[in-house]
Design a protein around this ligand. Structure first.
Ligand SMILES: Cc1cc2nc3c(=O)[nH]c(=O)nc-3n(C[C@H](O)[C@H](O)[C@H](O)COP(=O)(O)O)c2cc1C
Ligand SMILES: [Fe+2]
Ligand SMILES: [Fe+2]
Length: 397
């Protein structure tokens, strides 16, 4: 059946779209599996739309709404999140439905005015406020910084449906269905962690606050703005968000290195062998010049151990390693054990900077960082191997 015939619950329709064209989300995060922008239409005595879609897909979006509503107008647009991947079609929506009342909070309306010059026919809601559409009652709860300050979630207490904005969202277009029990979910779990690590990962504390607030609400269906509508996997997705926002990890080690001519790479290989011989078999080795940082971050969010290696470059760190450290630091990633290695030819700087990073992140430094001058020799590689073993021992203890 087409989506227009498929309801999430009585009179609630999925009217989102798949984006299979965009290469980079926010123009920097790869989308090998695409992404969906989800929007939901509630048709009762009053009609309400929950969020819109990226404006590039407005045409298809409005066609889907027309197929359901015909000439009937939309009474309310509920804006849970103002980021343009969801708010992008608000201007066009107002042009099509001039009488639509826009539901949001004070911050929503500040952004609405700034982005769309819209400041009339607004319905401002406060924490816990309710809106009746007839049989359907909706409540609004604020979830600031999940993922912008104005974010709120919309809850249907009778049917226990949560419209959760970006929370519980994931990259990945929806192949043939929006329902989690009809989709092959396998590719979504890694994409969901990568989405979390890159987009929400800085906001662990606000996510914890939101989860505590929502823990009092019984939830049967989660309608996020990206990815599957969750119904059969509620406990799993809520559990994953709880785990990631507490920066809880699994036993395993990420080794991320930069290398121009292969010497630092040889060190990384020796470290990896040490980790495996030390008993940890879940090891991911990333060459920062090849792996997109979003995948490295997703693995760092997964595994407890992190070992970073860099050549000295212009008296500092290799640029892509410098950039990776910045991404880790801005996400305030906790609960890791860490070590490092570095190389140089005339005056080493990388290993010292990487060692100092343990202090920056307040992570315990495992073993003794290994520094190599010029060609990687057996003695240095042996110390790298031992460092890997020490990391495994630390994680297993
Ligand atoms: C562009 C460039 C800049 C470098 N800057 C420094 C430096 O400031 N200090 C230093 O001791 N070595 C410097 N080096 C040397 C490298 O750190 C050294 O050769 C290292 O072993 C390279 O590791 P790799 O084989 O993994 O690429 C530089 C090398 C290049 C290519
Ligand atoms: Fe967002
Ligand atoms: Fe989003």
């Amino acid at each position: 059946m087409l989506y227009t015939d498929k309801t999430i619950a009585d009179n609630i329709y999925y009217v989102g779209v798949n984006d299979r064209q965009k290469h980079l989300f926010e123009n920097y995060l790869p989308l090998p599996n695409g992404v969906s922008y989800n929007s939901y239409l509630i048709v009762d005595e009053k009609v309400a739309l929950v969020d819109t879609v990226d404006v590039a897909f407005a045409d298809v979006f409005f066609k889907q709404i027309d197929a359901i509503l015909g000439d009937r107008p939309i009474d309310y647009l509920i804006v849970d999140h103002m980021e343009p991947d969801h708010a992008g079609s608000i201007g066009l929506l107002r042009t099509r439905y001039p009488n639509v009342q826009i539901v949001g909070n004070k911050k929503t309306f500040d952004y609405l005015k700034g982005y769309f010059c819209i400041d009339s026919n607004l319905l401002e809601v406060a924490e816990g406020d309710a809106l009746s559409l007839g049989k359907t009652n909706l409540q609004f709860y604020f979830a600031p910084m999940v993922h912008w300050p104005e974010v709120m979630v919309t809850y249907d207490p009778d049917r226990q449906i949560l419209f959760s904005a970006d929370a519980f969202g994931t990259f990945g277009a929806l192949n043939g269905s929006f329902r989690d029990d009809e989709l092959n979910l396998e590719p979504f779990w890694d994409d969901m962690r990568r989405y979390y690590a890159c987009i929400v990962g800085k906001f662990g504390n606000p996510v914890q606050t939101a989860l505590k607030k929502l823990s009092g609400l019984p939830i049967k269906i989660i309608c996020s703005t990206h990815g599957p509508v969750w119904q059969s996997q509620i406990a799993k997705v809520v559990g994953l968000y709880d785990q990631w926002s507490k920066y809880e990890t699994e036993p395993g080690v990420v080794i991320a290195y930069g290398s121009m001519y292969g010497n630092t790479k040889q060190m990384a290989e020796a470290v990896a062998q040490g980790v495996v011989d030390g008993g940890i078999h879940r090891v991911v080795v990333h060459d920062v010049s090849k792996s997109d940082p979003s995948y490295i971050l997703a693995d760092i969010f997964k595994y407890k151990g992190l070992i970073i290696g860099s050549p000295t470059y212009m008296m500092g760190l290799y640029p892509l390693i410098d950039s990776l450290l910045h991404k880790i630091e801005e996400r305030c990633i906790k609960n890791h054990v860490y070590s490092c290695f570095g190389s140089f030819t005339w005056a080493g700087a990388a290993c010292k900077k990487l060692t100092d990073f343990a202090g920056t992140m307040n992570w315990p430094l495992v073993g003794t960082p290994v520094e190599n001058k010029q060609g990687a020799c057996t003695d240095v590689l042996q110390r790298c191997y031992e460092l890997g073993k020490q990391m495994s021992a630390e994680i297993l203890k």
